[in-house]
Design a protein around this ligand. Structure first.
Ligand code: T46
Length: 138
């Protein structure tokens, strides 16, 4: 079941549980609502370091905290929301103009990200004032 939060959406993944343990499959255009062009993961973040602090002009991503935990702040220019990510069976779909910050990242945190485009630094908005002006021109 998906729960709409604004420009971001929570996705609950089906867990396959057996005697060996748990397994979750992420599949394009099934539980991931786009063609997957890129997968990256963020790990070994130094304690007390925050990440993100940018938006994307045109990118769809699903974020899954597969180990540990963090707080994801999403900001659409009007309102901000802090979402605790600590469950590998939950993903956050982010699309459209959303400023994101990752805080309180645990040492064992592994954040898996699936994206619908290849890496392109030109797609990043790394200045908050520019982000706000993009939002008002949108
Ligand atoms: C996002 C959040 C959730 C690459 O070379 N290829 C890649 O695909 C990515 C994502 C990054 N990089 C390079 C660019 C930087 O030199 O890896 C370095 C660290 O990237 P960045 O500082 O942008 O990482 P975060 O954790 O601040 O943000 C990342 C993603 O960049 C971003 O798209 O939404 O995770």
């Amino acid at each position: 079941m998906d729960r709409l939060l604004g420009n971001y959406k929570k996705i609950d993944f089906k867990e396959n549980i057996n005697n060996a343990g748990n397994l979750i499959a992420l599949e394009q255009n099934r539980n991931i609502p786009f063609d997957i062009k890129r997968v990256y993961y963020i790990f070994n973040t130094k304690l007390g370091v925050n990440r993100g602090f940018h938006a994307h002009k045109n990118l769809r991503q699903v974020l899954v905290c597969v180990s540990g935990n963090l707080v994801l702040r999403v900001d659409d220019g009007n309102s901000k929301r802090d979402i605790k990510l600590d469950n590998p069976s939950q993903g956050i779909l982010i699309e459209g103009l959303v400023w994101r910050e990752m805080r309180d990242i645990s040492e064992d945190c592994v954040l898996l990200v699936l994206a619908d485009k290849l890496y392109d630094e030109k797609d990043y908005i790394r200045d908050y004032d520019k982000f706000i002006s993009y939002c008002s021109n949108d």
